[in-house]
Ligand binder design. Structure first.
Ligand code: GLY
Length: 254
């Protein structure tokens, strides 16, 4: 039985080639290829049972394709984030009206800073990455607004918490312990990504199928050994801007 959910997505802006990147000598982003990869992603979400709500591209915001960072979706409301990168802060107002179709929206404000890519929900626990984008005040703010456990996690390398850990099932995580402190996840069963495949840690699991970025065969085999179905998705153009599969959607359970 499929879990009904809506995915909010925003196609790559014409300005996506100027997106932020932590990579020195980043390869040139191919805008046309990014659009093809994004369309394939949308089609895959639909194939796996999601209703997809496609928003307008935002040319004033090169990183706006990474819509996950704009909000945190909780059971009965959503939190509009107060984003860590100044150039991205205007994105959230454009996402707010779309989000209000599905949830009541509360708005986080500076000095709280948080990107949605730093917030991983596993069961009732909300893990919050402490990264260059998300500060300890975010942990306090989210804890005040929910009655759920909120746990900080140190992000040592990479952009966001979810660049380094994904929930595959309610009990099984895929993790890169070289990029985050794995200690807060000690109670879970974890698969470690292969050391040569750090991008593999950013996966989306939808209705029992794991979407994994293409080019991570060793990690894919480890996940398949646990009996999970894996589909590999080309993500090259988004990886040039430090993005991955989770970054491209806000998943909203119905
Ligand atoms: N390029 C994605 C980000 O820096 O937020």
């Amino acid at each position: 039985m499929l879990t009904p959910l809506t995915a909010l997505v925003r196609p790559p802006a014409a300005s996506f080639t100027q997106a932020l990147s932590r990579q020195s000598n980043r390869p040139r982003i191919d805008h046309n290829l990014a659009c093809v990869q994004h369309r394939n992603y949308v089609e895959m979400l639909k194939t796996l049972g999601a209703q997809v709500d496609v928003l307008e591209p935002l040319d004033a915001f090169p990183d706006s394709v990474f819509i996950e960072d704009n909000a945190i979706i909780l059971d009965d409301f959503a939190l509009l984030t107060s984003m860590g990168a100044e150039s991205r802060r205007g994105e959230t107002l454009h996402t707010k009206s779309a989000l209000e179709r599905y949830r009541n929206v509360e708005v986080l404000q500076p000095p709280v800073y948080v990107d949605g890519g730093d917030v991983l929900q596993v069961g009732r626990t909300i893990f919050v990455g402490q990264s260059t984008r998300t500060n300890p005040l975010a942990v306090e703010a989210i804890a005040r607004l929910t009655d759920r456990p909120v746990v900080p996690v140190a992000v040592r390398d990479g952009l966001h918490l979810k660049s380094a850990v994904s929930g595959l099932t309610g009990e099984l995580l895929l993790i890169n312990p070289r990029h985050i402190d794995p200690a807060p996840f000690a109670a879970y069963s974890c698969i470690e990504v292969d050391a040569d495949e750090p991008n593999a840690a950013n996966c989306v699991t939808l209705n029992g199928t794991v979407l994994m970025p293409k080019g991570n065969p060793k990690t894919r085999a480890l996940v398949e050994q646990r009996g999970l179905e894996v589909r590999a998705m080309p993500m090259s153009e988004f990886e040039k801007a430090d993005g991955g599969l989770t970054c491209l959607s806000l998943l909203i359970p119905k």
